[in-house]
Design a binder for this molecule. Structure first.
Ligand code: URA
Length: 208
């Protein structure tokens, strides 16, 4: 597995703005989408190209075009929706697969309550979208779900990640690449990332 922490100055700047405790819902939403777009650029950097002949104004030329089908974006409900529009700015033709998982209070393991994955997932790269990689339980379960549906190439994008969550994904799914805006220090006792952003879903949806 590869872990890419963005070194792009715009990503660093925008993640720093997100950390302001007094940020408005509007600003948080806008920045989340903007970083979503920038991380999607990073996650698609190794997409294969193929040469294709087209007629252009000066005659026939060979041009590079994407070799494979458009990926499917996989926002994890609900916070993942906050990065979806940004990712779609970069990949406007992507298919969308939506998953919802909630923690089972008895087992503490993530239970799936919604799953709508594109039928041809076996022929597409999946890009999982979630603002926060905390314990890694939800992301690991989503990756397992996609693999069980036949997906063979999976990438993930996160605004902020905790080292604990990265380790969980690395152990469970060494073939999956992570593209991260910032790797923070640690989790607190409630599973929140420190220094982190607080509850990203609440900040995106204004449910604080
Ligand atoms: N989910 C969040 O929204 N924030 C965290 O810090 C951890 C999980």
């Amino acid at each position: 597995m590869s872990v890419f922490q963005s070194t792009h100055p715009l990503v660093k700047h925008k993640v720093s703005l997100l950390r302001d405790a007094d940020i408005s819902v509007k600003a948080f939403r806008e920045l989340t989408n903007e970083i979503g777009a920038l991380l999607t650029m990073e996650a698609t950097q190794d997409f294969a190209l193929t040469e294709h002949t087209i007629s252009c104004w000066s005659g026939d030329i060979s041009v590079p075009t994407l070799k494979d089908k458009q990926p499917t974006l996989v926002p994890i409900l609900r916070a993942g929706l906050g990065m979806l529009d940004g990712a779609l700015k970069v990949l406007p033709c992507a298919k969308i697969s939506v998953v919802g998982l909630a923690r089972n209070e008895q087992t503490l393991a993530p239970d799936t309550y919604y799953e709508n994955i594109v039928s041809d997932i076996a022929t597409r790269t999946a890009i999982i979208i979630d603002p926060m990689l905390a314990t890694g339980g939800t992301a690991a379960a989503t990756i397992s779900m996609l693999k069980e549906s036949g997906c063979q190439h999976i990438k993930t994008i996160f605004l902020v990640a905790a080292p604990e969550g990265i380790e969980v994904i690395q152990k469970a799914h060494p073939d999956v690449s992570l593209y991260i805006g910032a790797v923070d220090e640690k989790l607190n006792d409630q599973g929140y990332i420190l220094p982190g952003l607080g509850d990203a879903g609440d900040k995106i949806f204004g449910t604080l």
